[in-house]
Write a protein that binds this ligand. Sequence first.
Ligand SMILES: [Fe+2]
Length: 413
Amino acid sequence: MPLDSPFMLDIPQKCTLDLSSSSKEQVANLIIKGQGTVPVILKKKKPFSWIINRPKNKSQGFKLEITSKAANLYEKEKQTWKLIKSAAKAGLDEDLQCQYWFSLDHLNRRICYGKGELRKLTELLSYDYPAAPKNKRPDPYSWVSEIEKVKIDPSYVSKGEVWRDPVTIDPPLVVLKPDQIAMDDLALNNATVPMNLTPACQKLHGNISGSNFQLNTPDFPYFVYAIEASIRDKKGWCYQTLQKKSEEFGKPPNEKQTYLRITMGTNQGESPGIPYVMEIWPPGHYSPIHNHAGANAIIRVLSGEITVKLFSMLSTSHTQPFAEKVFRKDDVTWISPGLNQTHQLHNCNKGGPTCITIQCYMYGETDASHYEYFDFISAKEKIEQFTPNSDMSFLNFKNKMQEEWEANQGRCK
Ligand SMILES: [Fe+2]
């Protein structure tokens, strides 16, 4: 399972589907014979199929048909398509922007299908074709390992890709340093290491994962407590700034749907907004469901706990998360252009403490569009644009908290 590398290697991890042909069907050329994933976005909401045929004589094949209601998998027998598996409610999506994916995996003898991100947790249908016979009898499915092309019929495709690898597992959400990961983590698919992430994520991880990257430092050992106090104090800068942000994601005002964005550095044209953002999540506060401009990101918890909910796509028709995980102090997670891209963050600890995270962002090396907004689902159930902004720069914020802390200590004497 690729973690979405945009690197153009000699054997690419993915290719864009050539849609220049005017024929009734499209052909996706697999990068490696017998395996790969072919995601498509449609131009119109009409039934379509992915088809693979036995090379040369076409006497055998598989067809995965997406109808208005279901996904139906057929196997060709004596030139007739026979239904072998069906998934109800897995048909054409309400959202025209839905990405449908088809995965072929001759090594694991599996065909599967899903909607949204290319990962096991968005899978809606999976079929394991029979195991190879023992005792040297011919394998009736050996032809699958020779498959070079997947047909898409008819072609209503507005965008398509071919990924080198099939969908086999769900990529781990937790990033551990090489000296932290254990054999069990690898065996249980609990965690990954930065080297498995995209080059952009690796760079970002290197910047924020060190042991000195902490809030409370010898020059201001009460930083976290000062932030908590500023959130509670009605005269505090944090409290007042949060109050002003209650309509940031639209009307009606929602005081819980707010968080503070404290930025480090300047926008150098490599990221949506300023690349390093310290985010402050008071107890019970949360973000809307949003995506990340197709960028890469690394998130590390600096204090408290944050719950991350993941969604298969940014769509008003898909507001149920497919995964949810709590990250605690020093836990690290990641976002790539195609994975973990749509999420919602929530400090579920209503009684505290506040959660503070560092988020950093970078476009992929082949991203020439540099979309500058995080799209989100508003209270009116519309997809709207959020401009990644700054409530204050980090050094000014630290000074502000130090001032408030010292003033409060003076009051207490
Ligand atoms: Fe986010």
